[in-house]
Design a protein around this ligand. Structure first.
Ligand code: COA
Length: 172
């Protein structure tokens, strides 16, 4: 049986820190599915299909990894893919409380699954997608932390004209 791991997250957008985890996981598992959650409840900058497309390009040199998206419970997605392992990155101790809560809930819902925690390289310890977007919005260059195609997409997104919101005329 191939050992399949699902690396789930919102990936809004994927960063080099996420890629670092995908590479580490691909050395341990036969197949790594990067699964973009379609219901993370966050106010996303990129649509799910944009995130999937960016990841697809960013992981091209990792043959055992591919990308997908899912709706609903992560454990249902695991069952659908016949996977038993979720990979999560732990950047610092502060991640642990939230991660343990998720791992524990997932295990209660699907006792046969395991969550495997991996540590990214030190230079990605304090990285997050929101921080990168904030830095880019304020004009700094987050180039070292993003794959080239993602940096390109982020610049396009930040400089795109905002859609005009219709204002209703008040009836007198
Ligand atoms: N490098 C860089 N950043 C990293 C990182 C790494 N190695 N690891 C985590 N992060 C950052 C992410 O960029 C993200 O930053 P942001 O908050 O600024 O966007 C943050 O850490 C946490 O992100 P992520 O790993 O994407 O977790 P999440 O909380 O957004 O998503 C889901 C968690 C979607 C996987 C989880 O909610 C889920 O499985 N949902 C499905 C529904 C479900 O099954 N619920 C029950 C289980 S609890």
């Amino acid at each position: 049986m191939p050992r399949i791991a699902v690396y789930s997250g919102s990936f809004d957008p994927i960063t080099n820190g996420h890629l670092d985890i995908i590479r580490r996981a691909s050395r341990v598992f036969d197949h790594v599915i990067v699964a973009v959650a379609d219901n993370s409840g966050k106010n996303a900058t990129f649509t799910v299909s944009e995130r999937v497309r960016m990841i697809d390009i960013a992981i091209r040199d990792i043959p055992s990894a591919d990308v997908d998206s899912f709706k609903g419970l992560l454990v249902d997605y695991l069952k659908k893919k016949k996977a038993r392992v979720v990979v999560r990155g732990i950047r610092a101790v502060s991640d642990m409380d939230y991660e343990f809560q998720m791992a524990s809930m997932n295990r209660q819902l699907f006792p046969e699954m395991e969550t495997v925690f991996m540590m990214p390289a030190d230079n990605y310890t304090y990285l997050s997608s929101s921080m990168i977007k904030d830095v880019a919005r304020r004009g700094a260059k987050p180039g070292d932390y993003l794959p080239a195609n993602v940096l390109h997409m982020l610049k396009k997104k930040l400089h795109a004209p905002k859609p005009k919101t219709k204002t209703k005329k008040r009836k007198r």
